[in-house]
Design a protein around this ligand. Structure first.
Ligand code: HXC
Ligand code: NAP
Length: 292
């Protein structure tokens, strides 16, 4: 059943994770599951009041331990301070989930230079800031193993009109993932990425499908499987990639989109709109053109 948890109880016992953007949407869902599996989790974002409320909610729900830490990932000094707070509280950190992001739809020519930079700064520079600070810590402390999981999108490799800063930044995050998977493996670090298809969240839907766009462009219709994703399905994959069960998975990007991007990519995929009964006629037309 797709909405059921996957890993066995205690799979993340004694692990300490940091989830950027852990106070809302997918970050909150993944954090919830990590807690249920026994991990301690620091959740970070710009809005500390939101994080404090989520700490109370999730500790009550899961019986786990949550540390809310204010941190704007665009600023390296804030990222270093967030790492220090986590280490002071938990004594170590085993995994970093770079989930924080900014995005909105816009024709690119309408964007100011600062608007473009804002998305690049949150997504690419933010992921770089966290990765560099945590990576240096793991190297200097000679920690035996650590893992970094980056949330990208399928348009990191296809590109996408109208979300160009996000596509540009996510492509950079994917390159960072694959590059460090090789360079820092010698220090015991693993780097992987997840490319989710549509998983409804307030943060994304308000900025990508405002007003009646969500009815006009029903995301489920773009997906061969015929539905959007369930948060637990993503949480299951993230927990696996953050856990030691995936110890031999390194440098991989795993797509979880019900086949969405391939449906968009295949040149003749639009032929699914042809009704079944028309195929006899089409076949006859094609066969009749055969050269004798
Ligand atoms: C054009 C815009 C704009 C818009 C903001 N700007 N919104 N330009 N169209 N709709 C411009 C501003 O005018 C400003 O430029 C610059 O962008 C920065 O805006 P601020 O509001 O000052 O930035 P900030 O307060 O830092 O907020 C960042 C944000 C905001 C990205 C604009 O939306 C935010 O906080 N988002 C965080 C959450 C989020 O985006 N979640 C969705 C992730 S979904 P000027 O020149 O005027 O100074 C996702 C899904 C991917 O990534 C795949 C889905 C399938
Ligand atoms: P979301 O709820 O808006 O999540 C974005 C999070 O990032 C928020 O918690 C936000 O918290 C945080 N954030 C934004 N700017 C920040 C900054 N400068 N510093 C620190 N934190 C910051 O949206 P979501 O849908 O769950 O997205 C989560 C991730 O999934 C993103 O990487 C997104 O690109 C990816 N994704 C989502 C979908 C989808 O269908 N939902 C599909 C593909 C990929 P604050 O506002 O409190 O700072």
């Amino acid at each position: 059943m797709y909405h059921k948890p996957m890993l066995k109880e205690g799979s993340l016992k004694d692990k300490v994770f940091v989830v950027t953007g852990g106070g809302s949407g997918l970050g909150k869902s993944m954090t919830t599951y990590f807690l249920e599996l026994g991990a301690k989790v620091a959740i970070t974002s710009r809005n500390i009041d939101k994080l404090k409320a989520v700490k109370i909610e999730l500790e009550e729900k899961t019986g786990g331990t949550v540390l809310p830490v204010q941190c704007d990932v665009r600023h390296y000094d804030q990222v270093e301070a967030m790492l220090k707070t986590t280490l002071d509280t938990f004594g170590k950190v085993d995994g970093l989930l770079n989930n924080a992001a900014g995005n909105f739809i816009s024709p690119t020519e309408r964007l100011s230079s600062n608007a473009f930079d804002t998305i690049i700064d949150i997504v690419l520079k933010g992921t770089k800031n966290c990765t560099l600070a945590f990576g240096k810590h793991w190297i200097h402390s000679k920690q035996e193993k650590a893992t970094v999981l980056n949330i990208v999108t399928t348009y990191a490799w296809t590109g996408s009109a109208y979300v160009v800063p996000s596509a540009t930044a996510k492509a950079g995050v994917l390159a960072l993932t694959r590059s460090l998977a090789v360079e820092w493996a010698k220090y015991g670090m693993r780097f992987n990425a997840i490319a989710p298809g549509p998983f409804p969240t307030e943060g994304a839907w308000d900025r990508l499908l405002p007003g009646n766009l969500r009815e006009k462009f029903d995301m489920a219709k773009k997906v061969p499987i015929g539905r959007v994703g369930e948060h637990q399905e993503l949480a299951n994959l993230a927990a696996y990639l953050m856990s030691d069960y995936s110890a031999y998975v390194n440098g991989e990007v795993i797509t979880i989109d019900g086949g969405e991007w391939l449906k968009g990519a295949g040149e003749f995929n639009m032929l699914e709109e042809i009704p079944e009964e028309m195929w006899d006629m089409l076949e006859a037309m094609i066969r009749s053109k055969k050269k004798k």
